[in-house]
Structures are given as C-alpha cells and as structure tokens.
Design a protein. Structure first.
Length: 379
C-alpha cells in the first residue's frame, strides 16, 4: 500500500487513466448478487450507499469524486485487510468484486493511499450461495498459498546473502544482491500487504514518508540509498537484521492465511499490475539503484502466476478474456526481453521516454482485461 505520485510523463499519465481505472463490469454484480453497491469517495469522505449486505460475492462500484488518487479497503474486525482496490483515479469509477463472508467490516476510503481516511461500518449477514465451492478454485487457492510460501522462503534466503554483504560493507556484492533479494517479495506483495504492519517496515520508499516518519525508516530502500548514494553501508547492519526479522515475522503468519480466489488472487493480480504502473514504469520504486525492471518483471510474473492458476475456470467462463490475457501477458514478457542484460536488466535510467511509453502501453493493454478477472472468477 503506497501513496501514488504524479506520473512522470505523458505516456504514463495516459496509463493511469486507463490501467488504474478500468472497470470489470456494468451496474450489475458479475457474481449474480443483484445490484452493485455504490461507494462515493472524496478526499475527505467515504459514503457506502448500502450498509447491510447479504453474504456472498458482491460488486462495489466506487466513484472517486475527489482530487487525489484513492483506495477502498474492507477491513476485518482484527484490523487485517480482507480485500482492497487501489489506484482509483480522480473522476473515475471502478468495479470491485469481493467475496464477503458474514461479519462486520470497516469500509475505508483513503485519499492519497496512506491507509488512513474516513470509513463506515458495513454488516454482512447470511450464508454465501452458489451450491458449494468449485473444486478447481479450491485447488488454485491451495496452490497459490504454496507458491506464496515458496516465494517468501526464496526472498529470505536471498536477503540473508544480501545482509551478509551489507554487514561486511562489501558494496559491490551488496549491490549485485539487492535486486535479486527483492524478486520474491515483489512477486507476492499483495499478500504481504494484508499484514499492514510489515509492508511499511520492509518496503517503504523515502519519497513516501514525512520528515517525522523518516526517523523510523527501515527496510530495503534504506540500504538501497546507502549503497547507491553513499557508496557505503558501514554501520547499516542493524537495518539488515531488522529486515530479516520482519520477513521472518511475515513467514510465521502465513500458515494461518486463508486464500480467497476473488479477494486475494484476482484482486492481487490487479494490484501487482498497478504496482508496475505507479512505481516501476515511472522509475519511482528504485530511485537510487534504477533496478526497476527487475521489480517490473517480478510483478508481472506474480500476476501471471495467479492467472495461470485460475485459467481453467476463466477459459470455461470467458474464453475471449482468457485469449486476451494470454496474448497480453506474452506481449509484456516479450517487450521486457529487449532490456535483459546478463542475469538481470539494464539500468532503468538508460531507458528513454519513448521506450518507457512503449512499456506503459503494454501494461495498459494488459490492465484492461486483467481488471475483469475477478468478475469472471466470481460468476
């Protein structure tokens, strides 16, 4: 969950109005749950038109009437995010499909995507219909959870190597290990963001923080700045130790994690592509190392993994959408190959404006069909 910044050039501005605001349906909930629930968000208010809902798969139609990019979160009583829809541009409307079990939730609108903002309580009663779970979706959820655990284990292993180099003040080695240590994290980031206390600790960017918040800044990007701006990580070992501690905490929480094909997988795939659009294409994510294309690839790979797990259901319910996703994922992956260098990618500061626009256009083309994934899975 990161604040969205003004996009850096015209090609990406067009992207923000397309990828980040594409709608996945019309005024009827794709899941067959009746009329969608209107949500009106401004910079200072959050109005949910209907606050008593029937359990099941529902569609919220969220309109941002404010001047800032907004996000809509549904938060469980324990404070964890059940599901969220990020990057809702000013003056735009998005459809957000979510599977809601019975319970009481906080519906929050966050202008500027700070994770804070006005909220309302919604109550969900009854049992979800549908005549039983699709066995294919049950398997997809189990397989995705196994993938998340494997990717986090890989992240921890690589980060251990990175931190060892940091503690030795071996700048060259630490630089070579920085981007690889982040690949697993970037592949599964939406799952990690469900534990809202961990993501800011390990992945906060300096530009996203106030002067007061920077006093407690920690995570990968503190070390990135030291490596590329200061050319030294002497005395920075404590940041590496804390990073490993925070990743271990996340790992300890994963066994109890329940994966929902709509809330976590389909929505997560869209969030990963939004990460590309708001941080990687713009070059804001890796402001010092310029290793953005490594993160870009990891985000796309993570979204594609989710789609591949859900594809048997998507193919049956909407073969046209499946074909579009196949084609557009292939196009993005092919384009990324242009920038491969050794085991990684070229420094992003060497990628010119026209090439960045080409990348943005490819993400744009993928974002439109990907925004429909949740609605199709929820049918």
């Amino acid at each position: 969950m990161r604040p969205a910044h003004a996009l850096a050039f015209a090609g990406v501005t067009a992207l923000s109005m397309s990828v980040l605001t594409a709608c996945g349906g019309d005024d009827k909930a794709d899941a067959g749950s009746g009329d969608s629930i209107a949500v009106t968000a401004t910079d200072s208010s959050c109005e949910v038109a209907k606050k008593e809902l029937a359990a099941g798969k529902l569609t919220f139609k969220i309109t941002n009437k404010g001047g800032k990019v907004n996000e809509f979160e549904l938060i469980k009583p324990d404070g964890k995010i059940l599901s969220e829809r990020e990057n809702i541009g000013p003056g735009t409307t998005v459809d957000f499909v979510v599977n809601l079990p019975a319970g009481t939730y906080t519906a929050l609108c966050s202008a500027g995507q700070t994770g804070k903002g006005p909220s309302q309580q919604v109550t969900v009663t009854g049992a979800a219909g549908g005549g039983g779970a699709d066995a294919r979706l049950t398997k997809a959820a189990a397989d995705y959870k196994a993938f998340v655990i494997e990717r986090l284990d890989a992240t921890i292993a690589k980060t251990n190597e990175f931190v060892a180099a940091v503690k030795a003040n071996d700048v060259a080695k630490a630089k070579s290990l920085y981007a690889p240590s982040r690949v697993g994290w970037e592949t599964i980031e939406p799952v990690a963001e469900k534990f809202g206390d961990i993501d800011p600790k390990v992945d906060a960017r300096e530009a996203d923080l106030t002067a007061a918040e920077r006093k407690d800044w920690s995570g990968w990007h503190v070390l990135e700045k030291a490596l590329w701006k200061d050319d030294s990580v002497k005395g920075k070992g404590r940041y590496g130790d804390q990073l490993l501690k925070d990743l271990a905490l996340l790992k300890s929480r994963l066994p109890g994690l329940t994966i929902d094909p709509v809330n976590d997988m389909a929505a997560g795939a869209k969030e990963l592509l939004d990460e590309v659009a708001t941080g990687k294409v713009t070059g804001e994510e890796e402001a010092f190392s310029h290793t953005d294309l490594v993160d870009f690839r990891a985000n796309v790979d993570g979204a594609q993994k989710i789609y591949e797990l859900l594809k048997p259901v998507v193919q049956e319910k909407d073969a046209t959408l499946a074909k579009s996703l196949d084609d557009n994922f292939a196009a993005v992956q092919k384009l990324l190959k242009k920038y491969e260098k050794g085991d990684g990618y070229v420094s992003y500061d060497t990628v010119g404006k026209a090439d960045r626009k080409e990348l943005a256009d490819a993400v744009n083309a993928l974002g439109e069909p990907l925004s429909k994934l949740g609605g199709v899975v929820a049918k």
